[in-house]
Design a protein around this ligand. Structure first.
Ligand SMILES: Cc1cc2nc3c(=O)[nH]c(=O)nc-3n(C[C@H](O)[C@H](O)[C@H](O)COP(=O)(O)OP(=O)(O)OC[C@H]3O[C@@H](n4cnc5c(N)ncnc54)[C@H](O)[C@@H]3O)c2cc1C
Length: 408
């Protein structure tokens, strides 16, 4: 276990500065254009691939940083650049993690490289879990996967929604119901290989923020995939389903399931994205307050403005500390006895919304226009309290964890 220190080591500082350089030189200058275009910023993703930021290797290296700070540091810097473009760069990671967490070595080796492609031919991946009637309530998922034993194929039917990169991805990872009696314990994940017949993109959403990130419905109409596309394999699935049926028979023992633990470990990464956006807006506001003059002096000369900036910075630093604590706990296998992962995501995402709104206020009329980036950052920040579990769901998870009660 790494010795406790609040200081990044030299290697971490080097990576952070390198990422910051990319965010400042490549991502931020492109942000306004791709926000307006509401399209996937392919050239920026290609640039990221060329320098090694868009690759599994890069994320694996950050993930295995023994302090746990590699991923949150990377997320903060990239999202400091721009949230929509950064999500286009890291969105594939969500699907890749799904394969890394549940797939066999062979599946990881076959599919993850096809998710990223290479610098000359970049590819994307999408993780499709949410449905029109199954958002926070994952257990009400309807997409069905039925095994066709004669052909050793799975047949998948359903409609997924809100999929980041949905329909434009090379590889889709789809969560589907294999045993409807078991609620979320009866779900399994499948790889949908490139160009599989029956998978199509539905509506592409026009969004409030992170508009450079593609979000769409994914329609699955009699999609047939080989048995080898079931993540983890059939034997493991059958074993898991049998255990879940036993538990259900024994009276539905409350299970602290692996999926919950995975979310606790991945939520700090979303918190770190929020910290990046909040920090970006705070920096613009601080700079503006120091230079904008009214009544013959810089507006920061007024406590009313200066105290807001003091508050903003304090909240951002507190959010980062919660994110770093949860990330350190995750890599060191510490149990999340107070749902510390959810805490970090809740606090950081709410902070981003608040801080970006304060930044608009400090910039006055300019803050309200697209001439300045805080307007975009405020629109972008609203996503953090929604995806990967809304703020209400985070509060629910924290309260249930603290009390052990089935709070609704
Ligand atoms: C831009 C974007 C990208 C996304 N990317 C992906 C992706 O790549 N893959 C994917 O699978 N999904 C993705 N999502 C889906 C996202 O995870 C869901 O939107 C989110 O889980 C909320 O589900 P919902 O939108 O159906 O809201 P609902 O669950 O309908 O919630 C509506 C409101 O009710 C509240 N609420 C619901 N239940 C409770 C409760 N028990 N107690 C208190 N309040 C409650 C919620 O907090 C919320 O305020 C994305 C969403 C967006 C907007």
């Amino acid at each position: 276990m790494a010795e406790f220190t609040m200081e990044l080591n030299d290697e971490q500082k080097e990576v952070r500065d390198w990422l910051h350089g990319f965010a400042a030189d490549v991502i931020r200058p492109a942000a306004a254009e791709w926000d307006e275009r509401e399209e996937t910023p392919w050239p920026v993703i290609q640039e990221a691939a060329k320098v090694g930021i868009y690759s599994l290797d890069f994320y694996a290296q950050q993930y295995f940083d023994p302090t746990g700070l590699g991923i949150p540091m990377a997320m903060e810097e990239l999202f400091w650049g721009d949230a929509g473009i950064a999500l286009s760069i890291v969105g594939t990671g969500l699907a890749a993690v799904g394969v890394l967490a549940n797939g066999t070595e062979e599946q990881i080796g076959t599919w993850v490289p096809q998710m990223y492609g290479d610098a000359n031919d970049v590819k994307l991946a999408a993780f499709c879990s949410s449905e029109p009637d199954a958002g926070s309530d994952v257990a009400s998922m309807r997409t069905r996967a039925v095994y066709d034993e004669a052909k050793d194929e799975w047949v998948i039917n359903g409609t997924k929604t809100w999929a980041t990169n949905g329909g434009i991805a090379n590889v889709h990872v789809v969560v589907a119901v294999v045993d409807a009696d078991l609620g979320s314990k009866g779900h399994a994940s499948f790889i949908i290989p490139p160009n599989t017949p029956g998978l199509s993109q539905g509506q592409k959403f026009k969004k409030h923020g992170i508009r450079a990130s593609h979000t769409a419905e994914v329609i699955l109409d009699n999609v047939r995939v080989p048995g080898s596309c079931l993540l983890g394999g059939k034997a493991k699935l059958d074993e898991r389903l049998a255990r879940a049926r036993e538990r259900a028979k024994a009276g539905g023992e409350r299970v602290k399931n692996a999926a919950m633990a995975t979310f606790e470990a991945s939520r700090p990464a979303v918190g770190a994205m929020a910290v990046g956006t909040a920090r970006a807006a705070y920096e613009v506001a601080l700079d503006y307050a120091m230079t904008r003059e009214q009544f013959g002096r810089p507006i920061i000369d007024n406590q009313g403005v200066a105290f807001q900036l003091a508050e903003m910075r304090t909240q951002i630093d507190a959010a980062r500390l919660l994110v770093w604590r949860a990330s350190w706990m995750a890599i060191n296998g510490k149990p999340f006895t107070a749902a510390e992962g959810s805490m970090s995501k809740l606090f950081a995402s709410e902070t981003a919304k608040k801080v970006t709104a304060q930044a608009i206020q400090i910039l006055g009329g300019n803050g309200y226009t697209r001439e300045y980036p805080v307007e975009r950052m405020h629109r972008d920040s609203a996503i953090y309290t929604i995806f990967e579990g809304t703020s209400e769901i985070q509060r629910l998870v924290i309260a249930r964890t603290l009390s052990g009660m089935p709070i609704r």
